[in-house]
Design a protein around this ligand. Structure first.
Ligand SMILES: [Zn+2]
Length: 295
């Protein structure tokens, strides 16, 4: 933690380094308490981020444990407010973590928000926080994602978001003209040392590209729209597909077994690539089962 200013209270840790001569970069992790890969990455990146801050003349602020109470209970939501913090950015009285985050994010030149798909083998993914109507933000975000060089890249146009996704940090950043991307990574148990080093390098490179200090070399990543298959009824979900697998329309991708032992097949109404899948477990009706990236 050498050379980092530490701001700490009971449920909040913020690390800060450098002067904001050429702007401010904010890195956040674990807005969802069951997604802890960012903690591992940030720990690994501190020395390099310090160097980057000096090299680029930017201030770097990091909050590794946004939803600290959620982390302690392995919960996606904040256990105090019972809310998904990443749906509270437009609420009039959001939970305190969101209030703190918003003041930290204000005036940022670039934001990286680190998430993961827990308990599922998954390739690295960049998610665009973008709205095609804001051309400049779109351009920066696209370059940043390209520099991150994901296997699959989500693109979200906030105009067509369904209600449950409303209120995310990404949407708030777009509304406030702040460039930023989310990074979806694998769970720590699926990452070996090389993976961690590789993702860490990509994060550094992504910041440089986003701030216009370097040019992204790979420009042919196509972004996919998200399509989510939900449970038609509650029951035990058994997945039949793997992340990154190509699937065709109407393909059987899993089954649901209810407590009277009746079985319902789960199929996809679109063709595309599996980007996440629930592990075998009990699910409630309308719960998300499989995410599919479509062109
Ligand atoms: Zn998340």
């Amino acid at each position: 933690m050498k050379n980092w200013k530490i701001h700490k209270d009971n449920d909040w840790l913020m690390l800060e380094t450098g002067k904001s001569i050429n702007g401010k970069v904010v890195i956040t992790s674990s807005v969802h308490g069951d997604e802890i890969t960012g903690v591992l990455l940030i720990k690994n990146l501190l020395a390099d981020l310090k160097k980057l801050s000096t090299k680029l003349g930017v201030q770097i602020s990091i909050t590794p444990f946004v939803n600290l109470d959620g982390i302690k209970e392995t919960l996606r939501e904040d256990p105090v407010s019972k809310k998904d913090l990443n749906r509270c950015f437009f609420k009039r009285n959001p939970p305190k973590q969101v209030r703190k985050l918003k003041s930290l994010l204000s005036g940022a030149s670039f934001v990286i928000d680190i998430h993961c798909f827990p308990h599922t083998k998954h390739a690295l993914t960049g998610l665009l926080f973008t709205s095609e109507s804001n051309k400049e933000i779109s351009r920066i975000n696209r370059n940043a994602v390209t520099a991150f060089n994901p296997d699959i890249c989500w693109s979200l146009d906030f105009k067509d978001l369904d209600k449950e996704k409303k209120g995310s940090m990404g949407e708030w950043l777009v509304e406030n003209d702040i460039p930023g991307i989310a990074i979806e990574t694998d769970s720590p148990e699926f990452l070996n040392n090389e993976d961690v080093v590789d993702i860490s390098k990509k994060i550094i490179c992504t910041v440089e590209v986003a701030l216009g200090k370097s040019i992204s070399r790979n420009n042919n990543i196509s972004s996919l729209k998200r399509f989510v298959v939900k449970a038609e009824q509650s029951g035990i979900f058994i997945p039949l597909v793997q992340p990154l697998q190509h699937i065709s329309k109407d393909q059987k991708i899993g089954k649901l077994i209810s407590f009277d032992l009746s079985k319902v097949n789960v199929s996809s109404s679109v063709s595309g690539r599996v980007v996440f899948s629930k592990v075998a477990k009990f699910v409630n009706k309308d719960e998300k089962l499989v995410g599919i990236g479509i062109k």
